[in-house]
Design a protein around this ligand. Structure first.
Ligand SMILES: N[C@@H](CCC(=O)N[C@@H](CS)C(=O)NCC(=O)O)C(=O)O
Length: 187
């Protein structure tokens, strides 16, 4: 298995996940700019973006999709509910909520873009999204309950970066959640 990534990217989520899943893989560092937009790399991801995972004939880009693929392929580490588990639906909801509304709304905030036409956007507002997450985290230590899962790795990383650069306003519940994820991932 090969992971095309860069240390300063969403690829960090995948490197950490592969480590937690105990999977042997080769990491290929791709630099931003020319190399990422080269014809050779565009064959792997036509958007010229990382991370990209290559597993035999299978080529996957999109961080959330790579997370789900890996957790399905390596179920024994229990990083995600498997097909048929009662909380599989909640897991998929959070993963897509992370990849769509959360990631998108944080980036629009960073770019200082806003629109009156919220109905066209795939999310409500960053404030509403953070409220939804905070009220969930008031009730549970991790997104899917008592145990760390890939959702914490993925959404936790987006929340951490958004909090560090100020796109997400300071919030005590989020800060303590982010510290607990950092702690859990050190183990
Ligand atoms: N939706 C994609 C976004 C991937 C993405 O934007 N990656 C950034 C790094 S975190 C990138 O490659 N940027 C370089 C560029 O667009 O030129 C995902 O979640 O994997």
């Amino acid at each position: 298995m090969k992971l095309y990534t860069n240390a300063k990217s969403r690829g960090q989520v995948i490197s950490q996940l592969l480590r937690l899943l105990d999977v042997e893989y080769e990491e290929v560092s791709i630099s931003f700019g020319k190399e990422m937009k080269s014809n050779e790399f565009l064959k792997l991801n036509p958007m010229g973006k990382i991370p990209v995972l290559v597993d035999g004939e299978t080529v996957i880009y999109e961080t959330g999709a790579i997370c789900i693929y890996l957790c399905d392929k390596f179920p024994l580490k229990d990083m995600a509910p498997q097909i048929g588990s009662p909380n599989r639906g909640e897991y998929l909801r959070w993963m897509f909520f992370g990849a769509g509304p959360l990631d998108f709304s944080i980036n629009l905030k960073r770019l200082k873009l806003d629109s009156e036409n919220k109905g066209f956007l795939g999310y409500s507002s960053l404030e509403n999204i953070i409220d939804i997450i905070v009220s969930h985290l008031k009730r549970t230590p991790y997104f899917l309950g008592q145990e760390l899962s890939v959702v914490d790795l993925y959404i936790g990383t987006l929340l951490k970066w958004g909090s560090i650069d100020g796109a997400i306003p300071k919030n005590e519940i989020l800060s303590s959640y982010i510290s607990s994820i950092d702690e859990a991932l050190k183990l």
